[in-house]
Structures are given as C-alpha cells and as structure tokens.
Design a protein around this ligand. Structure first.
Ligand SMILES: NC(=O)c1ccc[n+]([C@@H]2O[C@H](COP(=O)([O-])OP(=O)(O)OC[C@H]3O[C@@H](n4cnc5c(N)ncnc54)[C@H](O)[C@@H]3O)[C@@H](O)[C@H]2O)c1
Length: 311
C-alpha cells in the first residue's frame, strides 16, 4: 500500500546531497521545506519551489518550523561533516551532530512526524573493519568523534522508535561524490581533484595513494533515500557499491577527463587514516531492490562535466 504523505522537510537541504534530494522530491511533486544554516550549503543550490528557512538545527525555534510546516517525513542531513575538525574539536562536533540531531528528534516526536531518514556514515562507523566489503552486522568501532556522533544518533533513533513510535531509517553512506559537492572541505577527493585540475593547480595525494574507499554516485544515494521514505521498513542500511577504488586511480582518471598536465605528487599520510573502506550493500539490495546504477567511471565523467560547466 503506498503511503499518503506530501510534506517533506530536509535538514541540510542546501548542501550537496540534500539539494540533489530536494530536486528529485520536487520532480515527484512533494512539498519540500529546507532548514539549513548555510555554513557549507548554498541558497543557489535550491529550486525556487523549495520553502527555505535559514536556521541552525540546534536552534530551539526549529519547533516553530515543524508547527507551521507539519512535515510527514524528515530527512536529517545537516551536520558538521569534517572528520578532521571533529578530531580537533569534539565538543563542537557533538554540539552540532548529537545535540542538533536531538533537537530535530524532539520536534519529530512533538509534531507527529511519521518517519525520519538519517544520513549516517558507513565510512567511519565500522572503523578498521576486518570484513571487507563490510556488512551492517560488523562491529561498530568508530575511530573519530564524527563517527561516534553518527553512531550515537543511530542509538537515539532506536530509542525514539521504541519509546514514541517514530519510524526511522539510518542510511550509512559510503563516500558520496557528484555534482554540487563542495571542493573546499576534506570530504570529497573527487571534488577537490576535479576543482584543482580544472583550475590548473597542483594536486597532492596524501601518502601512497593506495588507500581505498567505496565511491557511490549522488543520484544512487538520492534513490536510496527515496526508496527508504516509501518503504515500511525500519532500521540501518549501508549505501555503497561494494567496490574499492584507490586515490591513485582517481587521480589518473580525473587527469584524463580534465586534460590536465598535473604531475602526480605525494605528501604526508594523514595520521590515523583508514587504509581500506568498502560497504556490503546486500541488505538494502534485498530490502528495497536498490543497487548502484552508476559505474564509477560514468559517475566521474558526469561529475567532471558538471564542474566544467560551473566554471
Ligand atoms: N558526502 C559524503 O561522502 C557523506 C558520507 C557519509 C555521510 N554523509 C552525511 O550526509 C549528510 C550530507 O552531507 P553532504 O556531503 O551533502 O555535506 P554538505 O556539507 O554539502 O551538506 C551539509 C549541509 O548541512 C548544513 N549544516 C551544517 N551544519 C548545520 C547546522 N548546525 N544547522 C543547519 N544546517 C547545517 C550545511 O550548510 C550544508 O548545507 C551529512 O550528514 C554527512 O555527514 C556524507
């Protein structure tokens, strides 16, 4: 039975993943409300049909937005996303990522939101996993305050579900890449390399470049979000491709796609950086019939074209 709902609220909806999700929801004729403090996101990422509130997720006035907009579904994506910043200042990270999330959960409870979909992190929650690709059943031993905060919010989701009936899905994203990713943060090596190579700047690979990640294209992540919204299921799901790609390969591919003459240069390895990360997506495949549609090379091509047109 399809569920009847219309009003969707996205926290962090002016950012990379959130704005791509907002576009898709508008195409499907939902009413979309975005709450974002614009610390990283941009208003120009938002379609005119989106109702926008510039507000921090920690702000108590969030409850007024819920009272007015009465969302049926909340996608909670707003976050401090920088792992290294979370190491430098775990208190600031916890304020945004744990207390801010609790503020959202309280409003979800008080205004009868049906379901919350949370953007968790498969790249940090498992720590140095012994099984690769890593399934959801692996132990969660995050090695950064950022990963600890994501895991904490998952535990709160379970608490609000058991205590108050709030339905939830936590999507543990792998490394997401694609159009609108901010090349200034540490989050996206694809965005950083593409931006620099197009600007004819030098690119430095941290360490050997042999460290691997699981790169998932943003359109695939958006489709996992929408399937989660429409499903009756509750729980935690990895969103990845099961494929490992190393940084040296990304460097070479982006160099080719941007016709750059950038020389391969290696800098110091980031201390404590995971050597391998890759997610098993069997659970979401079986539950939602979701599989990643974009091969990495095709996703990269689309991303580079977007960055070229943006210049
Ligand atoms: N990009 C990835 O590879 C990846 C991987 C795993 C999880 N995630 C999670 O997905 C979500 C979206 O990430 P993204 O890559 O689109 O990053 P992003 O920085 O583009 O988006 C985050 C948005 O949240 C907003 N924001 C930040 N702090 C806020 C606050 N306190 N109050 C209100 N708004 C705030 C920012 O302005 C930005 O628009 C985040 O929760 C992130 O942790 C991303």
């Amino acid at each position: 039975m399809p569920k009847l709902f219309k009003n969707i609220l996205i926290t962090g909806g002016a950012g990379f993943i959130g704005s791509n999700l907002a576009d898709k929801l508008l195409q499907e004729n939902y009413n979309v409300v975005v709450v974002d403090n614009l610390s990283a996101g941009k208003k120009e990422n938002l379609d005119k049909k989106v109702k926008f509130y510039k507000m921090d997720i920690g702000d108590k006035k969030i409850s007024k937005v819920f009272a007015k907009e009465r969302p049926d579904i909340v996608f909670h994506l707003a976050a401090q996303i920088n792992v290294r910043d979370s190491v430098k200042d775990p208190i600031a990270d916890a304020k945004a990522n744990i207390l801010g999330s609790l503020n959202i959960l309280e409003s979800c409870k008080n205004y009868n939101v049906k379901k919350i979909i949370f953007s968790s992190s498969g790249g940090t929650i498992y720590g140095s996993a012994s099984i690769i690709p890593t399934p959801e059943s692996s132990p969660e031993i995050p090695e950064s305050p950022y990963g600890i905060a994501k895991l904490s919010v998952e535990k709160y989701l379970n608490y609000y579900h058991k205590g108050f009936g709030l339905e939830f899905i936590a999507l543990r994203f792998a490394n997401v890449y694609g159009p609108r990713q901010n090349p200034k943060g540490e989050a996206g090596v694809v965005a950083i390399f593409t931006d620099k190579m197009l600007a004819k700047k030098e690119v430095v690979i941290n360490g050997s470049g042999k460290q691997t990640r699981d790169y998932v294209f943003v359109d695939d992540v958006v489709s996992a979000c929408i399937l989660s919204m429409k499903s009756d299921k509750i729980g935690i799901f990895n969103v990845g491709t099961g494929m490992e790609t190393d940084v040296n390969f990304i460097f070479a591919e982006i160099k080719r796609l941007t016709n750059s003459d950038c020389m391969e240069a290696h800098g110091q390895e980031n201390i404590g950086e995971l050597q391998r990360s890759c997610l098993d997506f069997a659970k979401i495949k079986n539950s939602f019939i979701w599989t990643p549609k974009y091969d990495f090379k095709i996703g990269l091509e689309k991303t580079v074209i977007w960055f070229k047109n943006k210049k």
